[in-house]
Design a protein around this ligand. Structure first.
Ligand code: ADP
Ligand code: MG
Length: 458
């Protein structure tokens, strides 16, 4: 990164010498830092989109030509605006942004990002069991828990923890063959192998490993061929005590449209969940992220970290994004780190967060509850209550089914709407209705009608 920054400084200096002063000042004087270097693109940040398009139209070729005098390969400049940079920063993980460019000398393509380590994973009560289990597995792969199955909602650190296992193992023994793969990639690889008849290559990739890390296994849902193939690989690796780690957004028993011989095997080893971190834990995470971002750990005062942690409470990725936004906003514009400025930096995120939660909750949920209760002539209060009379239970089950069907809420969330019922009750209810739909024509007709009333497209 530093070398690219030096390069840009040099080129900028050259521009200053060769361009008209006005032209230089208008276009280039404000562009100082190289934002990142990815896939041979060197990203520069322009103050606004007007300057960006002018540079692109009139100067980009010239910049690239200058660049190629210094480095022979195919590097090019790419101009983005401040807003784009902030947007990107907020979305991606700090470790992804700081990821070093992959060297050609990489012996194996492991899929690992070596910035995800146990050291920078912050442990608290929500993830302690998952953390210690991952540690043990990394320490003795293939021995303690095989497979290790890690589940939890999005953005809570599953990928991070899984990557730690791979990195730790490689750190202790470079000759271990570790493969990290997203389930999407696996499915794609399989489709390619099937199409080009290159199954040997496919099997080699997945079976010649000591540690296989498969991320987001829920995406195998409905992919029967890939499931069969994964089953074979799983059996082979497991038999030879080679370690498998799997992540998922739900427990194996709740996986949908995945053959039971696979899901039951996922339960053979050890299943651990990751939950949402509490406030204290979130503040510690912010501090850790700040360390990774800046040399000065006290750059952002504690009260601002508290402020961020108190708002972004359900997803570590969002939490991290908020921190980066504040960092970027204040450094780019040279503002002080105050709560007011942090609020300003987070304005859009906070608004859209509230809107997305509230509008769904207030209007849509209530709409479903109103429609179902009036259809069955009962009150919404009874619908939400824990009363066990049949006249309430059935409409209640239907409401749960509709909420799942239309808004794909988590079981937990649906449980919360219905007076904090346990997620297993919700699952049971929804299964009941799914069963009714298959077996009872009249009920199916009723439910279809209600679904459409509640907003399902006919
Ligand atoms: P998931 O795979 O569960 O969707 P990720 O592993 O991608 O979530 O985590 C999202 C972001 O949050 C990553 O940048 C990760 O480093 C960070 N993160 C999550 N949990 C922790 C933690 N306990 N300590 C430090 N960073 C965390
Ligand atoms: Mg993930």
């Amino acid at each position: 990164m530093e070398e690219y920054q030096k390069l840009w400084d040099k080129i900028k200096y050259q521009l200053q010498l060769t361009l008209d002063e006005d032209v230089y000042n208008e276009h280039f004087s404000a562009i100082s830092n190289v934002f990142k270097v990815v896939n041979n693109y060197i990203y520069l940040i322009s103050p606004n989109s007007f300057i960006k398009s002018k540079i692109e139209a009139f100067y980009l070729n010239r910049l690239n030509a200058m660049l190629n005098e210094y480095i022979s390969d195919k590097h090019m400049f790419k101009i983005i605006t401040k807003e784009q940079a902030a947007e990107e920063l907020a979305k991606a993980s700090i470790y992804e942004i700081n990821k070093p460019e992959e060297g050609l000398e990489d012996k194996y393509k492991t899929g690992l990002n070596n910035l995800y380590t146990f050291d920078n994973f912050v442990v608290g009560s929500s993830n302690r069991l998952a953390y210690t289990s991952a540690m043990k597995v990394a320490d003795q792969p293939g021995v303690v828990a095989n497979p290790l199955y890690i589940f939890g909602d999005v953005g809570l650190g599953k990928t991070h923890l899984m990557q730690c296992v791979g990195n730790y193992i490689l750190e202790n023994d470079v000759n271990r063959r570790v493969l990290y793969v997203k389930t999407d990639q696996f499915i794609e690889d399989y489709a390619k192998a099937a199409q080009k008849k290159t199954f040997d290559e496919f099997s080699k990739k997945y079976e010649n490993v000591d540690i296989l890390l498969v991320d987001d296994i829920q995406f195998l849902s409905g992919k029967t061929q890939s499931q069969l193939e994964f089953f074979k690989i799983f059996e082979k690796l497991k038999e030879e005590n080679r370690q498998i780690v799997i992540t998922s957004d739900r427990p194996a028993s709740e996986l949908f449209d995945i053959m039971s011989r696979l899901t039951s095997r996922f339960e053979w080893g050890l299943s651990v969940d990751i939950n949402r971190p509490n406030l204290e834990h979130r503040i510690l995470i912010l501090k850790k992220k700040l360390q990774a971002e800046t040399a000065d750990p006290d750059l952002i005062p504690e009260n601002i970290l508290d402020y961020i942690a108190s708002i972004f409470d359900n997803n570590v990725r969002e939490l991290e994004g908020a921190l980066k936004r504040v960092l970027f906003y204040c450094t780019a514009f040279d503002y002080k780190f105050t709560v007011e400025n942090a609020e300003e930096a987070l304005k859009n995120l906070v608004n859209s967060k509230n809107i997305s939660n509230k509008t769904i909750e207030r209007s849509n949920f209530n709409n479903v509850l109103d429609i179902v209760s009036s259809y069955y002539n009962i009150s919404t209060i009874d619908l939400l209550s824990k009363k066990r009379k049949k006249q309430y239970v059935y409409p209640r089950q239907i409401s749960m089914y509709i909420l799942k069907e239309l808004y794909d809420l988590t079981y937990k969330k649906i449980g919360q709407i219905f007076n904090n019922r346990d997620h297993s009750t919700v699952i049971y209810s929804i299964e009941q209705i799914s069963h009714d739909i298959l077996t009872d024509k009249d009920k199916k007709a009723d439910i279809d009608k209600l679904l459409i009333k509640c907003g399902k497209k006919a």
